[in-house]
Write a protein that binds this ligand. Structure first.
Ligand code: MET
Ligand SMILES: [Zn+2]
Length: 771
């Protein structure tokens, strides 16, 4: 055991925006200039104090480092950039407080593009990508870490500062634009480790007993270096950090996946605790049985991440307790923990007043998960009898859930069971191409991705409807007018394939979740997506079916207004799952097939209503790809299979589109091909059509629409600029296959720039057609 062991209950992190998103409001008010930096930092301090107090109230010991510092003004990777002084050279003119620099990096300003944002491992959280080159100057800046520690001490809490670890930090960084060809940020590991060493010394001087360094790179096969090499880098870094004097005791975490193959070596590092995700991951069975694991962990605590930090279900406490007991009996010094930071789940299920009470009893949000950790720890300390009543209660809850109406619906299951491979196969490509001639679509056809700007007016009408201030009829009338306006506008602009604009959708997943059986939505279940942005994932709790058509009335109405083709618009099964909380009692592939069948019926109904083109969006296809290479092919099988099941009933003359923004394309190009969509639109403008090369090499034979208009900013791309991009694409892709469209939907844009940009887009397509 370490000299001053970690108490036997901890979590890796906690939601950061506040129970009612107080931090979001405070930051956005500061951005607008309505409050001062002093006011914002005061609000942040209060929120941190409230969080620590809450964690202690929920059962984490106040002393000994069990309470993690779970705060960030924007993003934890960006916090590490600030703590390392690793400000990219292109921001060198930016001065001010750490807070001002943080926001300048995160959001950019008139002279600076912001840091790029990308997905944090396989979650729906986005981090700000560090930019490193040969010149990046590192200098320890422990200010924020020390401040938080001192605040905690004033509150009587001995907390544990948290920082992204050096190996993960550099592996998530990208080479800055000016770096030499072939430069890789990880080549600067030794220098960065030296700065971490200084940070550790400062923390020790400020009285820190423990520090947590997050190294999720340990579980990923999707990084620039192979996983075995990541482990070697971790060993190199922590050999140095372990030798720093004085320093706090170190907890290394390996969340989001399986660290089994690394664990014996991690246990042997000169650190005092190592966390393993035991929800996604396992323990090395042989090393456990032989005692090799226990001897590697002789002086090291194992934080056993048995409580799932990714889902919202009550943990099977009896099973978790049995696992923990087995570990203790195998000679390990066990601390009960979560699989990962609770930043990915909402605060508190008891805040939900409108959820069905029975469903609510099955759920655990962050606060409930902390309580579960505390309960399990109590059992380890006091013996099983001490927690038997709680274990029995969970047994009852789980039995209730398994048998509750709606969880297993025989009609839904029978239908899914009778699916055959024919249901996933459409007519062959050539037959479809021939049949789709009747659609009369020109070469270089222009279209959009689906949504038009969600104006303040639309949001106001929706809010008024939700509050009961306007009735269904008035709301539907409003939406119909909106559709009519959007159709006219597209006709004026001269687009070839039109959309209805998605004004009726609060969100591309929640809209469907509200209309499908098997889902519930929450009131306060917000989860941070990036910075101050949060989403409210729906809860998929039961077998999924479609009680009634969901989009047909809107699409059919739009089609009735125009001679042009209107594209129906659906969210695909994988994306619906990726952006919801999913059930944990059956394989995800089974759940995906149920969603797919519901969408399949929707496509049938759309086609029957006269819609000849249907787009099924799968922007999350890449995001759910498991970090662990061993699990990737199974994932691609069921995810591609679900898309094909959704679309496989479409007759040859029906044109199926899909859309895949954010996809790092190369990696999943075979899967995209496997979707067998007639047309695929993808994000490409920012990368200046990087994707067309792999597509050309791949010999991709169906329609493809690489985006020519970057919709992430209000900037209006000129005719010349878009012409240029279309030409680049046209060099590799025949005009017959090429579509012209923006990168993604337009819902976050304003009308003025949208109209100007789309007008230019149509001009650009004409210019290239004429050339
Ligand atoms: C994140 S992908 C968005 C696709 C959707 N059809 C839209 O246009 O908004
Ligand atoms: Zn998109």
């Amino acid at each position: 055991m370490p000299a001053t062991p970690l108490p036997n209950a901890t979590i890796l992190g906690y939601p950061r925006l506040g129970r009612r998103r107080e931090l979001k409001r405070a930051i956005e008010s500061y951005w607008k200039g309505n409050t001062s930096e002093a006011e914002l930092t005061a609000t942040a301090r209060e929120l941190r104090a409230a969080t620590r107090a809450r964690l202690v109230e929920l059962g984490l010991p106040a002393q000994g480092g069990a309470v993690p510092e779970s705060f960030s003004f924007y993003d934890q990777v960006l916090d590490a950039t600030i703590a390392l002084g690793a400000i990219p050279g292109r921001f060198s003119a930016v001065t001010g407080s750490d807070l001002e620099i943080t926001f300048a990096l995160a959001r950019g300003d008139k002279d600076h593009q912001p840091l790029e944002m990308t997905k944090w491992f396989d979650t729906n959280y986005h981090y700000s990508v560090p930019e490193i080159d040969e010149q990046t100057a590192f200098a320890a800046n422990p200010a924020a870490l020390v401040t938080q520690l001192q605040e905690a001490a004033e509150q009587g809490i001995d907390s544990r500062p948290v920082l992204v670890g050096p190996v993960t930090y550099l592996l998530l960084a990208k080479a800055a634009d000016g770096a030499a060809e072939g430069f890789s940020p990880i080549s600067r590991l030794d220098e960065v480790v030296a700065v971490y060493a200084e940070l550790l010394q400062s923390l020790a001087a400020a009285g820190a007993g423990w520090v947590q360094l997050d190294e999720p790179a340990l579980v990923s096969d999707s990084l620039s270096v192979p996983r075995a090499e990541v482990l070697a880098l971790v060993e190199r870094a922590y050999a140095v950090l372990g030798a720093v004097e004085p320093r706090p005791q170190i907890l290394i975490t390996a969340p989001y996946g399986n660290s089994a193959d690394a664990l014996t070596r991690l246990g042997a590092l000169p650190v005092e605790a190592v966390q393993a995700d035991l929800v996604r991951g396992t323990l090395p069975a042989d090393a456990l049985a032989s005692g090799a694991l226990a001897s590697a962990f002789d002086g090291t605590q194992l934080v056993a991440g048995v409580v799932d930090g990714r889902n919202i279900w009550r943990t099977d406490l009896r099973a978790a307790f049995a696992q923990l007991t087995a570990l203790t009996e195998a000679g390990l010094h066990v601390v009960v923990g979560t699989s990962n930071s609770l930043q990915h789940v909402p605060h508190d299920v008891t805040d939900e007043s409108k959820l069905d009470a029975r469903l609510q009893s099955w759920l655990a949000f962050a606060d409930q998960k902390v309580e579960q950790v505390a309960t399990l720890a109590q059992g380890l300390t006091e013996g099983a009898e001490a927690i038997e009543a709680l274990l029995a209660e969970v047994d009852r809850v789980l039995q209730d859930r398994a048998a509750a109406p709606g969880v297993r619906v025989s009609d839904v299951r029978d239908r899914a069971a009778s699916v055959t491979s024919d249901d996933r196969n459409r007519a062959d490509e050539q037959a479809r191409r021939d049949a789709q001639q009747a659609l009369g679509i020109p070469d270089l056809a222009t279209t959009t991705i689906g949504s038009f700007p969600q104006t303040g007016e639309i949001r106001k009408a929706r809010a008024a409807f939700t509050r009961g201030e306007i009735d269904q009829e008035a709301y539907d009338g409003f939406l119909r007018d909106e559709i009519a306006r959007v159709i006219r506008l597209q006709e004026e602009i001269g687009l070839d394939v039109l959309v209805h604009g998605e004004a009726e959708r609060n969100d591309m997943v929640q809209y469907f979740a509200e209309l499908l059986d098997g889902f519930a939505v929450t009131e306060h279940g917000w989860v941070q997506s990036y910075g101050t942005r949060a989403t409210r994932p729906s809860i998929l709790w039961g077998d999924v079916s479609r009680p009634a058509p969901m989009t047909v009335a809107w699409s059919a109405y739009a089609q009735s207004l125009t001679e042009q083709r209107v594209k129906g618009m659906l969210t695909g099964p994988v994306t619906i799952l990726a952006w919801s909380f999913v059930r944990d009692d059956q394989p995800l592939g089974d759940t995906a097939a149920q969603v797919a069948l519901a969408l399949r019926d929707e496509i049938d109904d759309l086609v029957a209503a006269g819609i000849g083109i249907v787009q099924v969006d799968e922007p999350a296809l890449r995001e759910l790809l498991p970090l662990d290479a061993d699990r990737q092919s199974d994932y691609l099988d069921w995810s591609v299979g679900a898309f094909r099941l959704a679309t496989g009933g479409a007759a040859p003359e029906v044109q199926i589109h899909t859309h895949l923004c954010y996809s790092e394309f190369g990696e999943i190009i075979d899967a995209v091909d496997g979707l067998d969509a007639d047309v695929t639109s993808i994000e490409a403008a920012r990368s200046r059509m990087d994707v067309v090369e792999p597509l050309g090499d791949h010999g991709y034979s169906r329609g493809i629409g690489p985006g020519v208009y970057d919709i992430h900013s209000p900037r209006v791309p000129s005719v010349e600029e878009q012409t240029e991009l279309i030409k680049i694409a046209a060099e590799r892709i025949p005009g017959k296959q090429l579509w012209v469209n923006p990168d993604c939907g337009l819902k976050t844009r304003g009308y003025e720039e949208t109209v100007a940009s789309l007008t230019n887009l149509v001009q650009a397509a004409k210019a290239v057609r004429g050339a």
